[in-house]
Design a protein around this ligand. Structure first.
Ligand SMILES: [Mn+2]
Length: 344
């Protein structure tokens, strides 16, 4: 019989961060908790640094917020999760950085590059109205050697219809062990009601990200009842098996660049939240030289990758940004999401 030694974990701590004094406290508490869960001394230094980066971000860019330090025990692993939630007061800065493009690797402002590099898992959850929510984790012993780091980067550029504050488009990016889920969501029409519809779908998908895609479409359909409804495309990557699973309801366009034989991603007509037809879910081989482009109908479909070839060595964020700049229609919310191999 295998005996499991259960070490009681210290309780989670929430630190309200308004001033630099709390930054120092965040650093100290993070180090103590990292030590308490058994993280090695060098990594404890890194965790402390990450906590102080995130806390000083809250002070400098967001007018304050809270840092949540949560010891984790998900057998057989233990670790520490750090969450930074801004209070929304400083949105203009962060909102700009987010809508102007955001990448899950490299070229992140606000010290987030450091956070991404030092932690085992890192995720930015944009909140259109309430700033952003950052979640990162450090595990005892780091990544298990069987788990490869994500070989892809995701870049997004999005903006509302010209003259509108609220964006009716939204997106999802979730990384977990060996998998990445990305999605583009377009709430019908534009403005606040479109925004409410796409946020309802996004919230459902973000909180159920590891379900099969057909279940995600069904669940989002229920979550969007009572809203205008939205269209949505989801792509789930399995890096180990080098596969992509794709499903789409409504007119989010999807293209795979860099393949000699076309990868046919099937889009089903319909509206998530109104009729919500069964999505056609298909699985395809995914090669590292491929690039996925998902985009809402606020982006012109009249483009050819040949016209953007000069972007080939750029980051996913830069590609998304440049393509949005060239192709977005002023009359609608517009979003482009790119998944490609991380440049070496
Ligand atoms: Mn649209």
């Amino acid at each position: 019989m295998v005996k499991t030694l259960i070490v009681p974990l210290p309780p989670a701590q929430r630190i309200e961060v308004m001033h630099s004094a709390e930054v120092a406290m965040a650093r100290r508490v993070a180090r103590q908790l990292a030590e308490a869960v058994g993280i090695d001394p060098r990594s404890c230094d890194e965790v402390a640094l990450v906590a102080s980066e995130l806390a000083s971000n809250l002070v400098k860019h967001a007018g304050g917020g809270s840092l949540l330090l949560v010891p984790l025990s998900i057998p057989p692993r233990t670790g520490l999760q750090i969450e930074a939630i801004d209070n929304g007061a400083g949105i203009p800065n962060i909102h700009l950085a987010m809508t102007d493009g955001y990448s899950t690797s490299g070229s992140l402002g606000y010290g987030l590059g450091t956070v991404n590099r030092l932690m085992d898992e890192f995720e930015i959850i944009p909140r259109n109205e309430h700033g952003i929510h950052i979640v990162c984790r450090k595990w005892v012993g780091g990544h298990s050697p069987s788990i490869r780091p994500c070989p892809f980067e995701v870049g997004i550029a999005t903006r509302p219809k010209l003259g509108f504050d609220q964006n009716g488009d939204d997106f999802v990016v979730k990384h977990w062990l060996g998998h990445t889920l990305v999605g583009v969501i377009d709430g019908l029409g534009h403005g606040e009601l479109a925004h409410l519809a796409s946020v309802a779908a996004r919230n459902y998908v973000e909180s159920h990200y590891d379900l099969p895609l057909d279940a995600l479409f069904r669940g989002a359909g229920i979550a969007c009842r009572g809203t205008r409804g939205c269209v949505m495309a989801l792509a789930q990557f399995d890096w180990e098996r080098e596969k992509i699973t794709f499903g789409s309801i409504g007119n989010i366009d999807a293209r795979v660049i860099g393949n000699s034989t076309p990868v046919n991603l099937i889009v089903r007509r319909g509206i998530v939240g109104l009729n919500t037809p069964e999505a056609h879910i298909s699985e395809h081989a995914w090669r590292s030289e491929y690039m996925l482009v998902l985009y809402s109908d606020g982006v012109s479909t009249r483009w050819n990758w040949q016209d953007f070839r000069q972007l080939i060595g750029k980051t996913a964020t830069q590609i998304a940004r440049d393509m949005l700049h060239a192709l977005a229609k002023p009359t609608d919310d517009a979003t482009i999401l790119i998944v490609k191999k991380t440049p070496r």
